[in-house]
Design a protein around this ligand. Structure first.
Ligand code: AQP
Length: 346
């Protein structure tokens, strides 16, 4: 069972990234290792170039993100940890896969609609092709599982469609994937049961996000504990009187805090609600949530500080990761080229 996970080196990573993705990367590493298979982790610097960005900042954020993954528990000895731009087979595969990607499908991607609307100067072709690059990331490794947050469902469905269409067009398989040759593995999205969609603390009807949350609405993984406490204290709830400490359709803020507390303390939201029966008000929920999140992130913050300092050590780990990644991707791309009739006869 090969597990593939990617993360962008954009902005400061937030609690949604951690509970929806990074934490499950570590579980994926354990599962893959127990099954004697690879877990692959990629910091997707090429994806980060699809919106306006600063080159020096991109390099810094890439180191930040690698250090954060290491601090969270990714072990480059047991797993493959690489930087996307170090593996040229992936952009090559991206181009090859555009042959089986429908323009109309790319046009329907929510993320493209959202992010293209946010661009002030240029809506790049890269932003439009973002999901094909993401498909190439995963398909280049014939990964079986892709743990992601809920917001990536549409992209994962598209990469499955691309693999199925490729196998049908070039491997003689039926459209449902049966028969023929499975040149590309059709991966499965794995969505967390808790923490799949952490919402903005100030606008709880929107997801917590790097690009659209305010600094008060997003809880950054490297925020000082005092700042975290303050953000939870100011989190938007509702004006029910007496306060109702339960999830509900008109209670986005309270539901979000309960979900965060559940994910951070490894309980179900129902268990958290049961534990709150004697709480006096929303203040108790906010304090308990802040406490659980600070405790959860403290060891990550501590390890991060030491790891981030040593860029040479990060580069050394990345060089090994790139070599291991290329050794897997190279023959896959060779099979794709051969099936497509690109380049000399094999
Ligand atoms: N709010 C969220 N709740 C749960 N999971 C989330 N993820 C992102 N936001 C939430 C998951 O984090 C992983 C990494 O996503 P990314 O590489 O796209 O990182 P990002 O750009 O920092 O994520 P954002 O905040 O979503 O960025 P923008 O604002 O650019 O759209 C993914 O698995 C994602 O599902």
């Amino acid at each position: 069972m090969r597990v593939y996970s990617g993360i962008q080196p954009t902005g400061r990573k937030h609690l949604g990234n951690y509970l929806g993705a990074i934490r499950h990367f570590v579980t994926g590493q354990e599962d893959a290792s127990a099954a004697g298979d690879d877990a692959i982790f990629c910091v997707v610097d090429l994806h980060a170039t699809t919106v306006a960005y600063d080159p020096a900042e991109l390099r810094d954020r890439t180191y930040d993100t690698i250090a954060l993954l290491l601090a969270a528990g990714i072990d480059p000895e047991r797993s493959i940890l690489y930087r996307q731009g170090d593996v040229p087979e992936v952009p090559e595969l991206t181009w090859l896969l555009t042959a089986v990607t429908a323009h109309g499908d790319l046009n329907r991607m929510h993320q493209f609609k959202e992010k293209s609307g946010q661009q002030r100067e240029l809506v790049s072709a890269g932003l439009f092709l973002y999901p094909v690059l993401m498909a190439a990331d995963v398909l280049a490794f014939r990964a079986d599982r892709v743990p992601v947050g809920d917001d990536q469902r549409q992209h994962v469905e598209l990469m499955r469609d691309i693999a199925l269409r490729f196998n049908a067009r070039f491997g003689g398989a039926a459209p449902d994937g049966t028969g023929g040759t499975e040149i590309l593995t059709v991966p499965e999205g794995i969505y967390p049961t808790s923490g799949a969609r952490i919402m903005d603390l100030q606008a709880p009807e929107k997801k917590m996000s790097t690009s659209s949350s305010t600094p008060e609405g997003a809880l950054y993984l490297l925020d000082e504990p005092k700042a975290m406490e303050k953000k939870f204290k100011r989190a938007v709830t509702d004006s029910e009187n007496p306060p109702v400490l339960r999830r509900g359709p008109e209670k986005a803020g309270v539901s979000n805090l309960i979900d965060i507390l559940a994910a951070a303390s490894d309980r179900t939201p129902d268990e958290v609600e049961a534990s709150l029966v004697d709480a006096r008000g929303y203040g108790d929920l906010k304090a308990a949530t802040a406490d659980a999140v600070i405790t959860l992130l403290a060891p990550v913050q501590e390890r991060y500080a030491a790891l981030r300092e040593d860029e040479a050590a990060i580069e050394a780990a990345l060089a090994i990761g790139a070599e291991k990644a290329r050794a897997i991707a190279r023959p896959v791309v060779a099979d794709v080229r051969e099936a497509m009739g690109v380049g000399p006869r094999a």
